[in-house]
Design a protein around this ligand. Structure first.
Ligand SMILES: NC(=O)c1ccc[n+]([C@@H]2O[C@H](COP(=O)([O-])OP(=O)(O)OC[C@H]3O[C@@H](n4cnc5c(N)ncnc54)[C@H](O)[C@@H]3O)[C@@H](O)[C@H]2O)c1
Ligand SMILES: O=c1ccn([C@@H]2O[C@H](COP(=O)(O)OP(=O)(O)O[C@H]3O[C@H](CO)[C@@H](O)[C@H](O)[C@H]3O)[C@@H](O)[C@H]2O)c(=O)[nH]1
Length: 502
């Protein structure tokens, strides 16, 4: 394995390739000795990688070992090119890696050495069998529970960080309890993660709240105290909420459902605005000034994306259906349905505005990630809208500052996206320069809210485009008056189109 040399917080240059052991006993503020904290995290994805990097950074007295089944992912965590893009993450990893933060594939060793084990593996929507298309797939969580049961050699606190349906902690507890050996005991806690991609480091350093759910027993309470002690290194007590396991798990799903519901609510209003001639930005601003409502998550858009909102909404729908609460299930299902409606509506508006056909027309697409400041394309509205346009025969020139070319190609030509991958592939061109991407196109379509899109020279772009030139702002980030003055026919969410007569 390649050795990395990095300058650490003590100013020393160090090389490393494997986890160190034998860190000193930790002490809290009063100088009371706490148990040695060897923390292990199973799953080196967005959540495991970022949250444990911050944990190592804020707790130099804790040894943090992040493990994963994927060799490629771990190789990247141990390189200068991390597997995920998050503002600020590189700096945190650089400072701690090789000191008290380690990444490896040695899951057995990490579990054995840890006194606290975070489970941060993926919990996608099931694509098969019972609950297909709605229920969370817990197979990876179960594999972790069984692995911990198999190799644990002493008392362990198991912390479920993945987003899971209620009752998941019970099934983890059941698997662990059925496999206890002499000298081995387990406590299971729920500690859902609330970071948002693109702002993960900021959210982890200054969280609105941290939830710690556990059992009402002396073992459960002392495990909760241990985890509270870790978070106390940087988070004030009033932001740490202890609650029951079920409340903790349900709060995570409810929080995402509430946020998604706000986006769908304003998007539903945006359709009304377009029909009657009101402006959704004005409505959102005025509605959000009511302090009981607040202004966040009221930005109308092409719809929400990302790996969590849809998945967690569907999981909530499935739970409600399983509990025989069909009205509740329908309510949350509709939040997701409005999201699909919003994406489709925008794609249809593009085709309708371009004289009812986009066949063989070149369109420049700005943005493919599901939101700005991330390279993540999971459930990105751009995937859905591009697929819609490709189905209509449009040629699309895509530019995104962070998404890799291969990722875009995979997303648009996978069997999930199309039944004709070869035809579709020929219609897609990926650009690294937005000014090249617009040459000879009929329209610019903005699908991610990257800040750099606001400051482009649209006059220069217009000069190399076909006329009449169109601009579809699916994120409402451009100065529309300015681009209309330049000569663009400008369409945006939540506002009626006025033909450009200039
Ligand atoms: N991405 C987010 O912004 C976010 C935020 C909050 C909560 N969550 C939740 O956190 C969980 C993880 O999400 P993510 O985005 O980090 O997922 P991810 O897909 O980025 O990472 C999951 C990692 O777990 C690894 N893994 C799977 N099974 C494993 C096993 N048995 N042993 C070792 N490694 C294994 C995978 O290889 C992968 O690297 C999910 O439940 C998600 O809903 C995600
Ligand atoms: O006013 C808004 C706000 C967001 N969005 C879109 O909604 C999606 C989700 O955005 P955001 O919530 O910022 O990003 P995520 O990384 O998906 O984070 C959500 O999902 C995570 C995973 O569960 C949670 O941890 C976070 O708290 C929760 O915000 C993105 O496509 C945004 O563009 C809008 O369209 N309008």
């Amino acid at each position: 394995m390649e050795l990395i040399t990095e300058t650490k917080r003590d100013g020393q240059k160090r090389e490393h390739d494997h986890p160190a052991i034998g860190l000193p006993v930790a002490q809290d503020e009063e100088g009371i000795s706490m148990v040695i904290k060897n923390v292990c995290c199973i799953g080196a994805g967005y959540v495991g990688g970022s949250s444990c990097s911050v944990l190592a950074w804020k707790c130099p007295d804790i040894h943090v070992h992040v493990v994963d089944v994927s060799h490629d992912t771990i190789k990247q965590w141990n390189s200068h090119n991390l597997p995920i893009y998050e503002p600020g993450l590189d700096e945190v990893v650089k400072e701690c890696r090789g000191c008290n933060l380690f990444f490896s594939n040695d899951i057995d060793r990490a579990v054995r050495e840890a006194d606290m084990i975070f489970i941060s593996v993926n919990t996608p929507t099931k694509t098969y069998g019972i609950g297909k298309g709605k229920a969370a797939d817990l197979q990876y969580v179960e594999v972790c529970a069984r692995k911990i049961a198999e190799v644990a050699n002493g008392p362990k606190i198991v912390v479920e960080k993945s987003t899971v349906p209620i009752q998941a902690a019970q099934f983890i507890t059941h698997i662990l309890a059925a496999n206890t050996k002499p000298g081995v005991s387990f406590q299971v806690l729920s500690n859902p993660e609330f970071l948002a991609e693109g702002t993960a480091i900021e959210n982890l350093v200054n969280p609105d709240r941290v939830l710690i759910g556990g059992e009402e027993s002396s073992g459960g309470e002392s495990a909760m105290e241990e985890l509270t002690w870790i978070y106390h290194h940087w988070i004030p007590q009033h932001n740490i909420i202890t609650l029951s396991t079920w409340s903790s798990q349900l709060t995570k799903l409810a929080s995402n459902a509430f946020l998604a519901q706000r986006v769908s609510s304003i998007n539903a209003i945006s359709a009304v605005c377009e029909a009657i001639g009101a402006d959704v930005s004005q409505v959102a601003d005025a509605v959000g000034r009511d302090s009981r409502i607040g202004s966040k998550f009221l930005h109308a858009s092409v719809g929400f994306g990302g790996s969590c909102f849809e998945k967690d909404l569907l999981s909530l729908v499935y739970i409600a259906e399983s509990l025989n609460l069909p009205e509740v299930a329908r309510y949350w299902q509709h939040v997701n349905d409005i999201n699909h409606y919003q994406r489709t509506r925008f794609g249809q508006r593009i085709t309708a505005s371009l004289f009812n056909t986009v066949t063989d027309k070149a369109l420049a697409v700005f943005g493919f990630a599901f939101k700005k400041n991330t390279g993540d394309t999971r459930e990105s509205p751009a995937r859905c809208i591009c697929s819609q346009l490709l189905e209509e025969g449009a040629r699309i020139n895509i530019y995104d500052p962070k998404v890799e070319r291969q990722q875009i190609m995979n997303d648009l030509t996978s069997t999930k996206a199309t039944s004709e991958p070869e035809r579709i592939q020929k219609l897609i061109h990926i650009y690294t320069d937005p000014y090249q991407a617009v040459i000879d196109t009929h329209a610019i379509v903005i699908l991610t809210e990257w800040d750099e899109f606001k400051s482009y020279d649209y006059k220069k772009m217009l000069s190399v485009m076909k006329k009449p030139a169109f601009l579809f702002d699916g994120r409402k980030i451009i100065d529309h008056e300015a681009v209309i003055k330049l000569g663009f026919n400008t369409h945006t969410i939540g506002k009626k189109f006025t033909p450009n007569t200039l």
